[in-house]
Each structure stands twice: as C-alpha cells, then as structure tokens.
Ligand binder design. Structure first.
Ligand code: SAH
Length: 352
C-alpha cells in the first residue's frame, strides 16, 4: 500500500476499509500529512469557500455526576472549584456574543443534575426568543431520548456528543463501569433521529489508544456521517487518574482533521480549543488542515479558569472585541474569513 494513493482513493470515494485507515495512521509522515491537507483544503473550498464559522462557547457548569478518568471536572476531583451559571449569566453571555457577531451559541457543561429538562428548555426558549436568527447548540452529555426530544422542541438546533472512542474495550479504559459505548452510541442515534444536527468526535492520543482504535473511529465517522466532528488532542490534567500520561500529538490531530474532511466533505470541523492549547498557532494549523469552525469562549471571565477539563487550557481573549479582531486578522493572514451567520451544515447540494 501507498499512503498517497490511499489518500487519493479516499478523496475520490469517501471510503476506505479499516486496514486502510490503520495504514494511513501507522504511516503518518510530514509528506502524507501535507498531501492530506492539500486534498482536504480543496474539498472544503468547494463546499464552504474561505468561510470560517465562529461559535460562542458558554461553559454553563463544571459540576458533573460522571467520573471520566481523563476529565478535570470529574466528580471525584475534590480540588475542582465548582460553579454553575444562572439563566441571567447565560443570557448576558449571549448578549455580548451577539454584539460581536456570534450567531451560534454552544452551551456546554458537565452532567449537572441542576439542568433538568425544565430548566434547560426554559433557557433555550429564552435564547431563541431573543435571538431568532441564532442557532443553539447543546453539549450536555448523555440524557434520555425524551429529554433530547424536549430540548429539540424548545428550539435547540444542534447537539455535540463526542463518542470518545469507537472501541468498547478502549471506552472501558477511559470511563468507569456505569458509562458504556453502547449507551453513548444510542444517544447519538437518538439525537440524529430526533432531528438535531449531530456531532460526534474523539480525543487523539488518549491513554491506551492504538492506531486500530483510530481506524475504528474513522470507520464509524464514515458510516455515521456526523454534521459536526470534534477532534482534539488528549491533554492530561494533574488531578485525574491519567495525570502521568503524555498529551496527544498536535500534528497527528491535524492529519486526522484532513482525513475526516475527506471522509465526509460537508462536515463542520472545529479547530478545537485543545488543539489551540498545544503549542503555537494550533487553531490556524487546524484550519489549514481542513477545519472550518472555531469556538471562542464567551463564558464569564470569573468562571473560565474553573472549566478546566485539562491543564493549560487556552483562554485567549477571542471573546472580547479586540480578541475576536485578532483572530479575524490571523485567519485573514492565512486566507480565511470569519463570517457572521449561523453556519449550518451544507447538505447534498453544494451550490445551494
Ligand atoms: N459533559 C459533556 C461535555 C464534555 S466536555 C459530554 O459528556 O459530552 C467536552 C469534551 O472535552 C469531551 O467530550 C472530551 O472529549 C474532551 N475532554 C475532556 N477531558 C479532556 C482532556 N483531558 N483532554 C482533552 N480533551 C478532553
């Protein structure tokens, strides 16, 4: 096999078998990565031109009932300084975000039992009433199907739920027993059926991850065809069981962004905060590899540091008018333009 030929085949057919995906991962090199990003950027241009979509990320709570071994806000971390935003806090984040040009608000949080369907639906409805031209994305973990249904009916448009790894043994090494890949996948299926634009995704370089696992992730993405896909490097957090594991690689992450763009060209692909947190210009490198979304933080200054999923999390000022201007300029310098619209996923017709 030859990696460059495989990448060409992938660009033509949007499909490879698991051995081929594994080969692409095992034979990662600067040359293959450069070629993958060329192909990926070309595909993205055909569909989205030079547009980069921005999403205002609002981290609504770091209280979580789950105990994922990798995550800094897991319930067993007694050192985490817990907070939750009020509805008023959240609306005021949207207010300032709207003024800056954000037309999507992403509410992400730990699985905090305070945010019942009633509480959450009320928040979603209030945002949609106030900003009917904006999309609302939720990223609140696993909930019952009827809960997802209610959230959708209250006006939420999109839901992000990374599958984390498509291999159930690997899943069990990252999570305690009460969390299963089967349930995670059921949630994703339910979200899709209900009508959400649905996002999955995984960490790169998470503990015990092999190239076979990544091949499974890619095959899953090929079959599921998510509307969004979050891919970021694992970064250790000092107060978790995985504190001594190494961080994932930024360049492998970029290579995988390119491959995912080739697998499913219309996917909305963020250059994630975790990628931005590892080394210089991570976000720009992500865009140059085929990503087309950035998610600056709109959370209040006072809580931002507390939403610490991993150490050294990027907390730039992209949320302020100045910070957003700087991001706009950085992206302009590499040929991209931040646009002020909802940035929905493009469906079949490329020219619509
Ligand atoms: N509770 C929600 C949101 C989770 S936080 C949910 O379950 O979906 C969003 C994502 O951050 C997670 O899905 C995970 O992939 C990522 N994340 C958590 N800890 C991380 C770490 N240490 N390094 C990198 N990414 C991490």
């Amino acid at each position: 096999m030859n990696s460059l030929k495989l990448l060409e085949k992938l660009a033509d057919t949007q499909s490879l078998n698991s051995e081929e995906y594994k080969f692409l991962v095992d034979n990662y090199s600067q040359e293959t990565a450069d070629f993958a990003s060329q192909l990926a950027v070309k595909k993205r241009k055909e569909i989205y031109g030079n547009s980069v979509f921005i999403r205002g990320l609002i981290e609504i709570s770091n209280i979580c009932k789950n105990d994922c071994y990798y995550c800094g806000i897991r319930c067993s971390n007694r050192k985490a300084d817990r907070y939750r935003l009020t509805k008023e806090d959240i609306l005021s984040c949207c207010d300032s975000g709207y003024g800056l040009g954000f037309r999507t608000f992403v509410m992400q949080g730990g699985e905090d039992p305070y945010f019942t369907d009633e509480v959450m639906c009320d928040i979603v409805t209030s945002i949609k009433d106030k900003y009917p031209d904006c999309a609302v994305t939720l990223s609140l973990g696993e909930r019952k199907r009827d809960s997802y249904q209610k959230l959708f009916e209250s006006g939420a448009d999109r839901y992000l739920l990374r599958h984390e790894t498509a291999d159930s043994c690997h899943y069990n090494k990252l999570h305690p027993e009460n969390l299963t890949l089967a349930n995670r996948m059921d949630c994703l299926k339910n979200l899709r059926e209900i009508g959400f634009q649905t996002g999955c995704g995984f960490m790169v370089g998470s503990p015990y991850q092999t190239s076979e696992h990544i091949a499974k992730d890619l095959k899953f993405i090929e079959n599921f065809k998510p509307d969004m896909c979050g891919i970021g490097p694992f970064i250790p957090h000092k107060d978790t069981p995985f504190k001594d594991f190494k961080a994932g690689s930024a360049s492998l992450t970029c290579y995988l962004l390119s491959i995912v763009r080739l697998i499913h060209p219309p996917v909305l692909l963020p250059a994630t905060t975790a990628l931005g947190s590892l080394g210089q210009n991570g976000r720009e490198k992500g865009i140059l590899s085929g990503a087309n979304v950035v998610m600056p933080n709109l959370s209040p200054e006072s809580t931002r540091a507390k939403y610490e999923l991993y150490n050294n999390k990027l907390s730039t000022g992209a949320e302020s008018a100045n910070g957003l201007e700087a991001l706009r300029k950085n992206l302009k310098d590499i040929g991209y333009e931040i646009v002020t619209n909802r940035g929905d996923v493009r469906k079949e017709d490329k020219n619509e």
